[in-house]
Design a protein. Structure first.
Length: 686
């Protein structure tokens, strides 16, 4: 059995050489996960053997060797987890070969090395002691890399990896406890190994469940450097407590006694410091500032700040929402004691829209006029930094003239919100609360954020102007529709009035005059109903209509109202259509009025009706003798509302005619006849 267990451990060590032929980090991580999932139950079985059979010398050697193999594999898992999560970090080229060599060295030491003085005890810096040190270092290293891996995960993805991480941490904790106990008391306790086996199996079960449940063997993880910010503090406190443990080991080694009170105070101090750090946003921001300015070439991760502002600008529909998004991003990334954001334009000036903390007095006191020296300077310069030494006379002039203004606001840096040559606002920042000074990284970040914010502000303003323009256009269109109905009624009355002196005593004319007056009054009394055309709320009253007598009656009626117009009708006598007679009369009236106005001194209109059996439609060809339709108005521009080429036209009639035709399940289109005259084709269902 012992030989088999040795062979299995050697097989695990030899599998590390497979990494030499694997090119991608993801597959190397897969190899380490498989090795860990195979090595953990093997080590747990050895722990169970040890707790059951006691401590024969050969079993102790095998146990130490197995723990060494586990440490080698565990270091590989930790290294590859960190490499995968930190992006550009690469695994050493010969790491897999190093694992194999180191594992074989551990096997040689276990088989041929000197045994311990007694099976359950060992002296410092001999075989058992070194194995324990190596095991402790391996689990601490892997715990650190697990921390990096976990912090790097997006919050939405953590649920997939929680069992893997918790299980691995459980294994690290169990092995760290076992190794620490051996280093402290320099002995192996058989009873401990039953507990250790249980903890290892629990950790293995959680890791195996995560891998199988969420298929983690081919996952890719991409992270930013923000992981460093969240990792430094736990690392500091981990080092602190490890230092306490090392001091305890050294004092025990040399027989020194640490008073209980001092030990308790040291632990309490660490816990208090941890609590203060957790509860203090200012302390965390100072730590972030220290890391950004001491450990990186660039102070900011510009892409992250840009994306953060982009995310906050989504859905921002007002200037205050845009400015609030900028203020939140600056508060999270910059270290300014004061923030003031002005918005406006070169006509009405710039008013403070957002301040942090709030300003004293009214906003009008801090308003900047369009001709203000600060506004003029920032319109031509990327920033104004009062603490910067410069030979620019314009910079010095503004700093001197606005010294009281800057001092009252407590700002030392001003940046324009500008896109192109358009200045849409300004940003003022107070001194850094960290005591530092603004530099090139701050200017670059503010320039990027300001440009993005200026574009958003301009977009919001353009959207507001467009909304106002649409409201005005809607009112104008509404007025045009009302005026069109009144214009048609007035035109009919004007024609009656024009013919009244010559035909006033004609009984037939008197009847036509009364009918025209009734029609005009009815139209003006139904303006609200006619506005339904604008809202496309036309509801036809369907009826079966003999088309020929209907057209004859309408032509006679309109001929009397439009003196001088000659109307020629050609319609089959037995043709029937399904339509609304009132709406069809409106269509004919619009078409004939349009022909009357285009026909000059002797307008002539021809209405030719023909059935289309294939389409089950009746086709009305309405042709005038006018100059025709301009090509740029065909085929659809002529029917756009409020578009007309006539000096006194409203641009509503033909649009209404097409809308009415569509409501009757028909269509209306325009074209020029072969002789150049205008022709309208009205199709209606039979």
């Amino acid at each position: 059995m012992i030989v088999i267990l040795y062979a299995l451990n050697l097989l695990l060590v030899g599998s590390c050489a497979i990494a030499l032929g694997i090119k991608t980090r993801e597959r190397r991580l897969t190899l380490s996960l498989l090795q860990a999932l195979a090595g953990l139950p093997l080590l747990a079985v050895l722990c169970l053997f040890f707790s059951h059979f006691g401590a024969p010398e050969d079993l102790v050697q095998l146990l130490l060797f197995s723990e060494g193999v586990f440490a080698v594999l565990w270091i590989g898992l930790g290294l590859r987890l960190g490499c995968l999560s930190t992006g550009p970090e690469r695994e050493p080229r010969l790491f897999g070969l190093t694992q194999v060599v180191f594992g074989l060295g551990l096997a040689a030491v276990a088989v041929f090395g000197p045994a311990a003085d007694t099976p359950l005890a060992f002296t410092p810096w001999k075989q058992g002691y070194v194995y324990a040190l190596f095991l402790l270092a391996a689990v601490l290293f892997t715990a650190w890399r697990l921390e990096v891996f976990w912090r790097a995960l997006e919050p939405a993805r953590r649920w997939e990896y929680k069992f893997l991480v918790v299980g691995a941490f459980s294994v690290c904790a169990a092995q760290a406890w076992a190794a620490s106990y051996r280093l402290t008391y320099r002995q192996l306790v058989a009873d401990h190994f039953l507990l250790l086996a249980g903890l290892l199996l629990i950790g293995w079960a959680m890791m195996a469940y995560a891998v199988l449940r969420h298929k983690l063997l081919n996952r890719k993880i991409f992270v930013s450097r923000k992981i460093v910010y969240t990792f430094v503090a736990p690392t500091v406190f981990a080092v602190y407590f490890c230092t306490l443990g090392a001091v305890g080991l050294l004092m025990q080694r040399f027989g020194l006694a640490l008073p209980f009170v001092l030990n308790g105070l040291a632990v309490g101090f660490g816990l208090i410091a941890l609590g203060l750090f957790t509860c203090s946003p200012t302390l965390r921001r100072r730590m972030k500032f220290f890391i950004s300015t001491h450990f990186y070439v660039n102070k900011y991760e510009y892409r992250d700040e840009w994306l953060a502002l982009s995310a906050r600008l989504q859905g921002a529909a007002s200037e205050s929402a845009v400015v609030d998004a900028l203020q939140q991003v600056m508060a999270a990334s910059l270290y300014a004691r004061r923030q003031v954001i002005w918005t406006g334009d070169g006509e009405r000036g710039y008013a403070p829209l957002a301040t942090q903390p709030p300003l004293e007095g009214s906003a009008h006191e801090w308003r900047l006029a369009p001709e203000d020296p600060l506004v003029a300077f920032l319109a031509a310069h990327p920033y104004l930094h009062l603490l910067e030494t410069t030979a620019d006379p314009a910079h010095r002039a503004v700093a001197e003239r606005q010294a009281d203004f800057f001092a009252a606001l407590d700002i030392v840096l001003a940046v324009p919100l500008k896109i192109g040559d358009r200045l849409v606002g300004l940003v003022g920042l107070g001194p850094e609360f960290t005591g530092g000074h603004y530099g090139r990284d701050d200017f670059d970040l503010l320039t990027a954020l300001a440009t993005q914010t200026a574009a958003a502000l301009l977009a919001v303003r353009m959207a507001e102007k467009l909304a106002h323009a649409r409201e005005r256009q809607a009112w104008e269109r509404l007025s045009a529709f009302v005026l069109h109905d009144i214009k048609n009624a007035a035109a009919m009355l004007a024609l009656v009035r024009q013919n009244a002196p010559a035909h006033l005593h004609d009984p037939e004319f008197q009847q036509d005059m009364l009918a025209a007056m009734d029609d005009a009054l009815a139209r003006m009394g139904k303006v609200q109903q006619r506005l339904d055309l604008l809202k496309a709320e036309i509801t036809p009253a369907w009826t079966d209509l003999p088309l020929n007598p209907f057209l004859e009656e309408r032509c006679r009626e309109l001929g009397r109202k439009l003196p001088g117009m000659e109307i020629e009708l050609d319609c089959p006598p037995d043709l029937h259509i399904t339509t609304d007679p009132t709406l069809l009369a409106r269509i004919l009236e619009n078409l004939l009025l349009n022909a009357f106005e285009a026909g000059g001194d002797s307008p002539t209109v021809t209405i030719a009706v023909a059935p289309d059996p294939a389409a089950r439609q009746a086709v009305l060809h309405v042709t005038d003798n006018g100059p025709g339709i301009a090509p740029d108005l065909l085929p659809d521009a002529l029917f756009e509302p409020l578009k007309t080429t006539k000096p006194h036209g409203s641009g509503i009639g033909l649009w209404q005619a097409r809308q009415l035709a569509q409501s009757l399940n028909g269509s209306l289109r325009a074209e020029n006849a072969p002789d150049g005259a205008a022709a309208f084709l009205l199709r209606l269902p039979c």
